[in-house]
Ligand binder design. Structure first.
Ligand code: DHB
Length: 480
């Protein structure tokens, strides 16, 4: 009994005396600067005072600590009122764009841009709401060592983000905030990584990579995921793009119609294989009925919200300029073809795995010694002229490890319950089926999915940032 008590005392003494220096992954809670910022909310400006921790390495064996480190902001006073963030939600801000690296030595927050000038970005709004904001850096497709090798190709970014989540968990009780209420948020490629982080929790597929960089031995599932215009499901995105934009002329006219049809056929096959069930007994969503589904559940509601929010004068003006929309007592009506023509085609064919390998995605799927690789059989076959060419197994695994849809479909990982999905209706960076498939696959697995498309908004839009912050407070029960 006595020896047990002595052992306990000894252990505690080790923890407080030697433990701090021995654990390379201990959050340095006393090492901060005090900063203030003014946050614009719809209820006026708020002055937030917060502790700022910069460039905290989150792995023990970083490949490059400039990237594998995080900034943490902990609010402690809002408009002169002292608050305690000890049990607050943690907003985990993925600042990745274009699948590029995020260098934390350059500082600053990532996250969605300010939505107009009306309110601040969701990261600043989170601070003003008393949440902890964590901004991890991570490797990306552009990272190149002095010896010419690449060190940020897929799946490096998601491995780093998981390591950052593990670091937070590892520091439970030391780092302020509730480590069981981590919400990721990101835009575009960052939105795709947010979806992936949310859907691939604790997957063993990443274990060896995490071990290699000395990630904390902790869980990496999170609580909620916000995905703004996620550029995900990359290996199926070329076909989905042709499904939507195949017959719409781009900047250099119509794309090759024969190849467009082939890609569209691959997409139709893929869509059927997902076996996704639409809302309200719509039945299985297919390439043939997806136009109707998008109109009914996403596009018409979005147009209606927008048009009903306008004054009669402004609405009339909008309708005069958009004769493809009919407006009656029941709301807006238009065809999918007119909507797609209104948006217009942005990318070439193939939209992602392009033949010249200049798009972000082939460069994402390079490896240590190769800057860019085709990651779909279609583009590989077209480029090589070899009709039997196939991408190799290592690449196939890397492609899976970057795709939220893979994890949701396989049901092999811990998938978060709470999802916030947003995209502009005029965002032509990927097909609108990508976000709708993400939403539907989650809904079909009984997740709580809050999805909305902002009417006429382009890439990166975030028009209801305050609602997002309120939603976090509500689903956690932090706002009582
Ligand atoms: C992003 C945009 C793209 O069109 C794309 O293919 C990949 C990433 C982005 O904005 O992050």
């Amino acid at each position: 009994m006595i020896s047990l008590a002595l052992t306990a005392v000894f252990f505690l003494a080790w923890e407080t005396a030697g433990g701090q220096t021995k654990d390379p992954l201990l959050f340095p809670r006393d090492n901060f600067t005090v900063e203030t910022k003014t946050v614009k909310t719809s209820a006026g400006e708020k002055k937030v005072t917060y502790r700022s921790y910069m460039h905290i390495p989150y792995v023990a064996n970083p490949v490059d600590k400039d990237f594998e480190s995080m900034n943490v902001s902990v609010p402690f006073e809002v408009d002169g009122v002292v608050i305690d963030a000890i049990n607050a939600p943690i907003l985990f801000v993925i600042g990745v764009g274009g699948y590029m690296s995020v260098n934390n030595m350059r500082g600053g927050f990532g996250g969605p841009p300010a939505s107009g000038n009306r309110v601040s970005s969701n990261t600043d709004l989170a601070l003003a709401a008393g949440y902890v904001v964590v901004s991890p850096g991570c490797r990306g497709r552009d990272n190149k060592a002095t010896d010419g090798t690449y060190y940020g190709k897929a799946p490096a970014a998601i491995v780093d983000l998981k390591a950052a989540v593990r670091y937070i968990r590892h520091n439970k009780g030391v780092i302020p905030g509730n480590v069981n209420w981590i919400f990721s948020t990101g835009v575009s490629a960052g939105g795709a990584l947010s979806a992936l982080l949310g859907s691939s929790g604790n997957s063993q597929l990443y274990d060896s990579y995490l071990k290699e960089i000395g990630a904390a031995d902790a869980k990496d599932n999170i609580f909620g995921s916000a995905c703004f215009c996620p550029i995900t499901d990359l290996e199926h995105a070329d076909g989905a793009y042709e499904w939507m934009y195949g017959t719409i002329p781009g900047r250099s006219g119509l794309v090759d119609q024969e190849l467009s049809k082939q890609l569209k056929a691959f997409y139709a096959e893929y869509q059927a294989s997902l076996n996704l069930q639409g809302k309200n007994n719509f039945g299985t969503i297919t390439a043939d009925n997806y136009d109707k589904y998008l109109l009914q559940y996403y596009l018409i509601p979005s147009a209606n919200k927008y048009l009903r929010g306008l004054s009669d004068e402004k609405r009339n003006e909008y309708l005069v300029n958009n004769k493809w929309i009919t407006w009656t007592a029941v709301g807006a009506a238009f065809t999918f073809a007119d909507y797609v023509a209104h948006v217009g085609r942005m990318k070439n064919l193939p939209a992602f795995d392009d033949f010249d390998m200049r798009q972000p995605e082939p460069i994402l799927f390079g490896n240590k010694t190769t800057n860019a690789s085709h990651f779909t059989n279609f583009s590989l076959q077209q480029s090589t002229g070899d009709k039997n060419a196939e991408i190799d197994n290592d690449l196939k695994t890397a492609v899976n490890m970057m795709n939220a849809m893979y994890f949701i479909g396989q049901n092999i990982s811990d998938c978060v319950q709470y999802w916030w999905l947003r995209q502009g209706t005029s965002d032509n960076h990927t097909s609108q089926t990508v976000i709708a498939n993400l939403a539907t696959s989650l809904e079909n697995r009984n997740k709580v999915v809050n999805t909305f498309l902002y009417w006429d908004a382009g890439h990166g839009a975030d028009e209801d940032a305050e609602d997002f912050i309120t939603w976090i407070g509500n689903v956690t029960g932090f706002f009582k």
